[in-house]
Design a protein around this ligand. Structure first.
Ligand SMILES: [Zn+2]
Ligand SMILES: [Zn+2]
Length: 266
């Protein structure tokens, strides 16, 4: 008989912020002339015996170059959880965009989990097109290629279980090899959608984000993340500031920037 999947705690750690008009968040724009900011997150998935980091964020300099404000360095967020970056052994990279695959020297011991198709995409002919290559930092891509040669990359093709209660699933759409992470918690199966849906509004209203490789796959992705999760309340978008108000804070000191996704949202 199969044993019950392991449970994890999940922390969403906000590290940066960007103000932008609502029209920048929807393919075809938006008629509301309002600010609709993005927050930037990494996620720590903490099990009894193993911790997985989901995405590595960007550092202050790489963010500033693109006009993004770092609110707390990624290492500061991890420190608040008692996680030393040099002790991190597994980093799941949802996709290779600069805001998910930076902080290149922060995790010297980590093995990186990436989809086959993401590495092919970010090193292939699509990068000849500025509109597709713009969100990638070539230094992140070169560093990941170096890790391949150092034996520090674990490739995945589609759906892979990494541990009891934790798996990755290729969704594509936003980038060709975008993967989401499914995590078992005390409240059931939670899905970290990352940029499969930047905001709640993208997936809830089925209105794609404009940074997109394949619109059809992005729309299918909205359905897929909901299939993988126990309910709509179990799907966590990649950049929505509302995540920080819907979920319980980790501690008084981290109010407004670190929340617990393994607890039920408000
Ligand atoms: Zn992205
Ligand atoms: Zn992103």
């Amino acid at each position: 008989m199969a044993s019950a999947p392991d449970n994890y705690k999940i922390y969403a750690i906000k590290y940066a912020h960007h103000d932008r008009p609502a029209r920048d968040n929807f393919l075809g724009g938006d008629s509301h002339d309002v600010n609709m900011p993005l927050d930037y997150f990494v996620w720590a998935v903490v099990g009894a015996g193993r911790t997985f980091l989901v995405d590595s964020g960007f550092d202050v300099e790489d963010g500033a170059r693109r006009g993004r404000t770092t609110t707390h360095k990624v290492e500061e967020g991890l420190g608040a959880l008692g996680i030393a970056p040099e002790s991190v052994e597994d980093v799941i990279i949802t996709h290779m965009h600069y805001d998910h695959a930076g902080n290149r020297s922060l995790f010297p011991k980590a093995r990186y989990h990436v989809q086959d198709r993401e590495m092919a995409y970010c090193t292939g002919r699509c990068m000849c097109h500025g509109v597709l290559s713009h969100p990638f930092d070539p230094e992140d891509v070169k560093t990941m290629v170096g890790r391949v040669f150092d034996g520090r990359v674990e490739f995945h093709d589609g759906d892979t279980q990494l541990a009891s209660g934790l798996s990755v699933h290729r969704v594509g759409g936003h980038t060709d090899g975008l993967q989401v992470v499914r995590v078992h918690t005390e409240r059931g199966w939670v899905v970290l959608a990352s940029d499969a849906s930047h905001l709640y509004a993208n997936m809830d209203q089925k209105r794609p984000f404009p940074a997109v490789y394949n619109v059809g796959d992005m729309l299918e992705g909205y359905r897929r993340v909901h299939e993988l999760a126990d309910s709509a309340q179990h799907v966590v978008p990649g950049h929505d500031p509302a995540v920080l108000t819907r979920y319980a804070t980790h501690s008084r000191e981290t109010e407004g920037w670190i929340v617990r996704l393994d607890t039920a949202p408000r």
